[in-house]
Design a protein around this ligand. Sequence first.
Ligand SMILES: [Zn+2]
Length: 365
Amino acid sequence: MLVAEVQRQLVDARVADRQTAYHCPACHAPVRLHRGRQVPPYFAHLPQATCGVSSEGETPEHLRGKRQLAAFFRPWGPATLERVLPTIHQRADVWIGHQAQPVAVEFQCSPLALEAVAQRTAGYRQLGVYPLWLLGHRYRRQRLNWRLIERFASWLPQWGLCLLFWDVRRACLVVRHHLRQDAVGRYWGGQRRVGNWTQFLLGATPPMARPVLDDHRLRLQWTRGLQRQAPQLRLIQEQLYLTGHHLAGFPDVLATTQSTAPVFGQGLLLWRIVMGAWLFRGRPEITVAEVRTLSRRAYELVGGHAHGVRFQADHVLTSAQDQLLADLVAGRYLALSAQGWRVRQAPRWFRDYADWLKNHEKIKF
Ligand SMILES: [Zn+2]
């Protein structure tokens, strides 16, 4: 920690001396001043201490980062280091005494379990504090993935759904913003370095959409994936077998290049394919309730999620559902009826990739 207590006064490690007896501002146990060549000065509990207030093990990155973050956010409101919140047993790395709503900045450099993120976030919410997670180097090295998004992504007006990283070496913020998934589930988004508070407020425009999907390559890729017994594809293929279909022979009307919020597991396209198989299983009429049930089951099958720790994604599935039904009505496969939809004709599935190719070569050449 960077701040300790002496007779109820808080003292910064930078101005501390070795003669004075310092205590932890949270548990009041004695702490020791460390001053090395590599690491900026900091206080640490004695080895046997059991401090009830969670704090991250101090690394040079964490110690430097906290000071840099306090400086970065100072224009936002009075920023102080290591505010102890005894009622929720938490210590915010940087506290911004913003008038409207205080902000707790957490600089996360070490791994943290989902439950711990959820618990800390809930603690801050209980006090009406807005938690802002900044991630360190180990996280910045990672490719975008659901574990990262689920734990730490939040929605900010100028950045959309985003992840915030802090680069200690350059003392700047790195924002991965407007996070999305393409139709086959690949994560993408914009990235921007932000040197000061004003730039942070300005935000960034969403990046250009990814190029269209290569339908041909995808069907081939899936065929090979199934030959290799790729476990996630197999689960989906097993469901399709029950309706007599092959994944790589999906009807053209189900193809899409739309991106989604980054909660769609293996992606919107696989969800549409499963739905396309299930909706035409022989019933002449499909009710609204049936569509909703199938839609949720298909979403589970492709590994979709309803929320992260800091954001909800309920609407994502509803809009995917609306779009699919609209496409099927426009393609004259379904017609609107009093209860929901009436089946006019099932879309044509190809036997497999080879069959699809044969039929599409005729069109191409
Ligand atoms: Zn303590």
